[in-house]
Design a protein around this ligand. Sequence first.
Ligand code: FE2
Length: 174
Amino acid sequence: MDPKMLALLGAKQSPQNMPGKSDLISAETPESNPAHQLLMLAVCYRGLQLASHNFHNLVARTVFGQDHSFFGDLYPKMEDNYDAIIERIIGLYGDSSINLQNIMMMVSQKIQDAPNASQENKVFYQYCEQMLKYILSEIEQMAPGCSQGTMNLLAGQADEIEVLLYKIGRRLGQ
Ligand SMILES: [Fe+2]
């Protein structure tokens, strides 16, 4: 990634001027930098997109049909959200931070704890619940420095996530 863009995104640079994995996803990066916050949000969406697609494929046994459908609806929603955030970044800050390899490296870090084959479909919901709550908290911290248009975009995504959390909560019997 271009060092100037890294600086804009608030990421620290290693001595080789290459971003370390932890630098790009670290909570040490400035929370007040909207470009960086948006990129981290996009990484979460891409991560949840890939994880929920995998859950769609892995669910089995009890209520297979409903669970297969739920995750089958979730992953394209997360892809749409990823797409909207990336396009917003490009529109507002240019495309220098949109590097496939860097983004996939951060996504890989983000979904390290995603469950694989399980005896119980609920573990897939629990993972999604955790990720969606995290995304919601990231959106809620986004306010300062964001444009009104970005705020509107994020408000729509937060609205959708609250509905998803309600559905997941009901499925988990909470
Ligand atoms: Fe499918």
